[in-house]
Each structure stands twice: as structure tokens, then as C-alpha cells.
Design a protein around this ligand. Structure first.
Ligand SMILES: [Fe+2]
Ligand SMILES: [Fe+2]
Length: 255
């Protein structure tokens, strides 16, 4: 994997956050360029990692993950679409929110064990970064869908995602309480599915190479020359999330 292409504090090329608005923003970004905390890749690295994802078999998904993916296919179609990805990103953040809250509660109980407390605070920071990263995915996908005039159905793109998010919240919470390893395994399946789904969508839509990507969130998430490269970057983020969940499976529970 290549080195990140954006440092956290960096004089960035100018990206205007709101096209058409008065051009008054400073040219040097003093805040972190990306809240994502996943490596931002250059084009060559994105192409390399895209091929790597396509050549890697999917995880053997568990029954809960398979049920979730079948439900998504029934509600939004088997074919990958930006609208379907937007709905997936609505629920993607939820496990990290639950894990962060649980880690804070554990810190309240175990703060006198310095070694454990240190590992818990690291996990809190990581869970927070994962939530931020999923948040950018959601905002960027919503932006792309809105630009195409899609996602207008109140039932399919407001009510159903809300119901799914509420259901997934309770499922993820229960799993994390009674069997945290199952919660991590489910999330690793979810992230692996997302990594491959984005990668396959890019491979099936070569026309996206010629579609420039302009985003109001580029200064925070990072900018990409084309929608194809943006989706490759998101796919790589999902791989990082998968690897982090797989790492949690190997570590002792932080309780
Ligand atoms: Fe995501
Ligand atoms: Fe993810």
C-alpha cells in the first residue's frame, strides 16, 4: 500500500467548498485535511488497490450478514447503484457509535488500570475516526445522488433507511453486549461486502473515469480527479475498516 498522499496538517491546493459562493476562504488549510484517518491514496495506488480488491475473495459471510445483504437486494435491487450505496452508508456508522459508547463506559470502570485504560482510549479514538469516515462517505454519496436527481422517494430513501438504521442499532448493540466477537465478525463482513461492492461497481462502469468529481466536502475528505477514483478511495477505506474489525477479533476484549 502506498503512503498517504495528504498529511494531516498541510498547505492544500485550493478547493472551494461551495461552488458559486464568494471566493473568500483562506488558501491554507490549518485544520486537519481529512477527518477520515484512513490513508488517502494517489491515482496509481488507487488503481493498484482496486485490482487487489477485485483479485481477493470475499470473506465467508455469516448468516446475519447474508440476511442483511439479501434484504438490501430485495429492497434496492441486486445491481449496485449510488442510491443503494447511500442507504448502506446510513447504517455503516452505527456499530462504531455503539463500540465507542461501550468503550467510554469501560473507561469509567477501568480507569485505574493504566495499561487497559490506554488501550481503551486508543479504541475510542479509532471508533470515532471510523464514524467520521463513514459520515464523509454518506455525505459524499448523498451529494452524488442529489446531483443526479436520484433518491427522491420518501419511502425508499427516508423511511426505510431510518427503519433499517434503528433495527441495525439494536442488533449491533445486543450482539456487542452478549457476544462482542460476533459483533466484530458481522462488521468485518459488512465492510468486506462494501469494499468489494464499490470496487465491482467501478469495474462495471468505466464511464466514471471521465466524470470529474467536485465536492463540497473535498477539503475535509480529500479530492479526487474522477468519480471512479473517489469510489476506489471509499472502497479502500472500507478495507481499512474491515481489517480493524478483524484485528478486534484477535485482541482481548476491552472490558
Ligand atoms: Fe462507508
Ligand atoms: Fe466502512
Amino acid at each position: 500500500m502506498s503512503a498517504p498522499t495528504l498529511a494531516r496538517h498541510h498547505a492544500a491546493p485550493r478547493v472551494h467548498p461551495f461552488p458559486g459562493a464568494p471566493d473568500t476562504a483562506p488558501t491554507v488549510v490549518l485544520a486537519p485535511l481529512t477527518a477520515a484517518c484512513t490513508p488517502r491514496l494517489g491515482r496509481r495506488a488507487l488503481l493498484h488497490e482496486h485490482r487487489a480488491t477485485l483479485a481477493t475473495p470475499r470473506r465467508p459471510y455469516g448468516p446475519v450478514a447474508r440476511l442483511l445483504f439479501v434484504t438490501m437486494d430485495l429492497l434496492y435491487g441486486r445491481r449496485g447503484t449510488l442510491e443503494k450505496f447511500m442507504v448502506l452508508e446510513v447504517v455503516a456508522r452505527i456499530p462504531y457509535q455503539i463500540w465507542e459508547n461501550a468503550a467510554y463506559r469501560a473507561l469509567g470502570r477501568r480507569h485505574r488500570d493504566a495499561g487497559l485504560a490506554h488501550r481503551i482510549t486508543e479504541r475510542i479514538e479509532e471508533n470515532r475516526a471510523q464514524q467520521d469516515n463513514e459520515q464523509w462517505h454518506l455525505l459524499i454519496l448523498s451529494e452524488l445522488v442529489a446531483a443526479r436527481g436520484g433518491g427522491r422517494s420518501w419511502f425508499r430513501f427516508r423511511l426505510l433507511p431510518w427503519v433499517m438504521a434503528a433495527s441495525y442499532y439494536h442488533l449491533s448493540w445486543l450482539l456487542h453486549v452478549v457476544a462482542p466477537r460476533r459483533a466484530y465478525r458481522l462488521n468485518a463482513d459488512f465492510e468486506d461486502h462494501a469494499e468489494h461492492t464499490y470496487a465491482e461497481f467501478v469495474a462495471e462502469h468505466p464511464e466514471l473515469e471521465a466524470v470529474p468529481h467536485r465536492s463540497a466536502f473535498a477539503a475535509r475528505y480529500g479530492s479526487h480527479g474522477s468519480v471512479a477514483d473517489l469510489l476506489r478511495q471509499i472502497s479502500h477505506d472500507e478495507r481499512m475498516h474491515k481489517l480493524e474489525s478483524e484485528r478486534y477479533l484477535d485482541e482481548a476484549p476491552l472490558r
